[in-house]
Design a protein around this ligand. Sequence first.
Ligand SMILES: [Mn+2]
Length: 468
Amino acid sequence: MELLKNLKLAVKILRKNRNNNILVYTHIDTDGITSRVILEELMNKLNINAEFRFLKQLGTDTINEIPFNDYDLIIFADLGSGQINLIKEKLKNEKTKIPHIIILDHHITAKTQIPENIINVNPWNNNIDGGKEICGAGVCYLFAKTCNPRYTDLAKYAILGAVGDVQNLEGKLNGLNETILKDAIELGDIVAFPDLQFYGKHTKPLFASIKYFSDVRTDLLNNDSRIINFINNINRKHNLNIVAKESLCDLTFEEKRILGSEFLNKCNKYVPNSWAKFLPKVIFGNSYEFKQEEIKTPFRNLEEFSTCINACSRYGDYETPLQVLNGDRDKYYSKMITRLNNHKRNLSKSLQYIKDEVEIIQTSKFQYFEVEKGMIEGHIIGIVAGMSYSIEEVDWKKPIFALGELDNGYKVSARCPKLLSFAEDINLADAINYASKKMGGSGGGHKFACGAYIPEKGDFIKHLECRV
Ligand SMILES: [Mn+2]
């Protein structure tokens, strides 16, 4: 098993360099930040001094900022596999000493001969799906566990990373993620249980959670009184007492089960026949929670915790989530709450702007809208595109692309409802990658959510039409 072999090899290299200069780069999203927390704690446990840095992306420009000559070992986590060519090219031109490089990643590896000084630890090497079965933090966790099988206290971060990377897309974590989850559950760090897939389980009233469900468009869309009626009818029919103002986490398992199946019945009336069989996967799914966090806070449910991290990291603040994950409950804890509230305000303001001022343009296979410069920040435009499915004019059976003008080009984001991505063979990452390359830009991501930068609009939409 190549994954295991590379893990062992990587640990050997780490031990050999334990007294040398070590530099660790991690990505900046939830998965990247949890990767960092795992590696920091690992180095502490092993009594190894290492320097840590965040890296937004590894590209032709940023590679030049990496001080390859000053270190004996450089570790890349949650990035690097796709850029092995770039690293190779860079090292070829270095005349001084060449460092060892360990890559702990789950993105697809570039097709290239890998030189001996680079160890690429990646699930794809074993045909394990790095999009669904393990994330970057998961690979870091396996690395830590290879150092010492007793380091299972780090498993919880790997699960947060997996949820941050939406690896539970189909309702629950699978594959290696499930194995890692077992470690975290056994230690009492995480609880996992069957639940409904509404957002805001601990922080929103139930009627709001139902309101924001956008994988299926029903008559409940933007209609509080219909949602209240829907819940009251369920209460009468089943002799229950579900309170619309309480949160999903207040419901018993039985109440959730009945609410879920009634909701499924309703959704059935609104989806094409061939889509119906995918409905359970978007309505029912496991919840993952930090057992030590207070209920009804944004830190209990891992999905909501990940939103808290995004509320900081998307705005360039990586320190706050890092400190909170490291256990801060004072300064950074309240800073995170402040940032979360700002983030929410930003999102609703941006959504209102789309509703009021932006035209949704329909093509045969998708829809798109353009955002004027300065109206929505580039790093949240993808989230806003996803939320736009709550707007009546947006066709929920088609993907949506958002183009936001920046100072030096455009940020493009694509989203589609989960149900659509299950039922139809849609690969937005492939489409956005193709079209952005045609424009001299670059992009990628998931099949259902991705982004790109392009220097100019030109025929970008036409190129997209060839691929979506
Ligand atoms: Mn990742």
